[in-house]
Design a protein. Structure first.
Length: 304
């Protein structure tokens, strides 16, 4: 990258927006955290398995390792700062890929960001941008772990951006996911109860996570409070269960304890029991396709 004034202006705007919201400029660590959330991991301009967010480590002049030591304020920011970071890093990745004639690695993107920092004179709270000697991208080399309760999964959307799902638990049916409405430019959840699809819970396999297609975008067990208690599966009245009353419209069963509750018409319709679209478990690849097509029961077009 050389002399990209557009990128310089975008970075300057990100720092200014942070200062306006937080009451002062970011530390270098906070700026790198914001940029890490903006990495376009699903872009064709970037190669390899890139985690979201991507952690950047900095070295300053004199081979001095940068450490902030201050609490991060990024959780308090509005999404607009992270969307701007996503736009910036998408531009950097695409420009670098076009110049090289091939997708760039996470390390290559870190080098582009290093060059950009040296071209700016934005004020940070604990470091000079010109003093940043290098950035490295922390990409785990170990096998991707299975999703855990409280993990936020970023599922690439076909038209760009991310569908978001929270891992509610792992049980005998599979991995139970609660979905977040909408397609997000940046894989973050603000904690607004209206953002989530409260029913049904979608049970699926771990294949897309293991393949690195679904990214783990964070872990916050406090988000579990946005969803109903124990994940449930549903039984239609057409299900032949000798000696068990499934009511007029069907029943919900707790996935682990096996406790039944009869449901009403509205809930049966919401989860797809009445039109036959409900499934107790979904293949993860198929679930992603249906999310893009807006055909998952209770979710609606584009997850909205």
């Amino acid at each position: 990258m050389s002399g990209d004034t557009s990128a310089v202006a975008q970075l300057t705007g990100i720092v200014q927006d942070f200062a306006d919201e937080a009451g002062g400029p970011p530390t270098l660590g906070e700026l790198l955290e914001i940029l890490g959330w903006g990495v376009p991991a699903g872009s064709a301009a970037l190669t390899g398995q890139v985690p979201v967010p991507l952690a950047f480590k900095a070295k300053l002049k004199g081979n001095k390792r940068y450490e902030s030591g201050r609490p991060s304020r990024t959780a308090e920011l509005n999404d607009s700062v992270f969307v701007a970071a996503s736009d910036l890093l998408t531009e950097l990745a695409e420009t670098a890929a076009a110049r090289a004639g091939a997708p760039v690695t996470a390390a290559g993107l870190a080098a582009e960001i290093t060059t950009l920092l040296k071209q700016t004179d934005v004020r940070l709270d604990d470091a000079e941008t010109a003093a940043v000697a290098s950035l490295t991208a922390d990409v785990p080399k170990r096998k991707l772990p299975k999703p855990q309760r409280g993990d936020l999964l970023a599922i690439p959307a076909q038209a760009g951006g991310w569908h978001l799902a929270l891992v509610l638990e792992r049980n005998r049916i599979g991995t139970a996911l609660g979905l977040v409405r909408g397609v997000r430019t940046v894989p973050r959840v603000t904690g607004d109860r209206t953002e989530v699809v409260r029913r049904p819970v979608f049970h699926t396999d771990d294949e897309q996570v293991s393949a690195g297609i679904w990214k783990t975008a964070g872990h916050d067990e406090r988000l579990l409070e946005l969803f109903p208690g124990a994940p449930e599966i549903y039984h239609s009245t057409e299900f032949d269960w000798p000696g068990v009353d499934l009511g007029e419209f069907g029943a919900a069963e707790s996935a682990d304890a096996g406790e039944l509750r009869l449901i009403g018409k509205d809930e049966a319709e919401d989860v797809g029991l009445l039109d036959g679209t409900y499934r107790q478990s979904w293949m993860s690849e198929h679930l992603q396709e249906l999310l893009d097509e807006g055909k998952l029961p209770g979710v609606g077009p584009s997850g909205r």
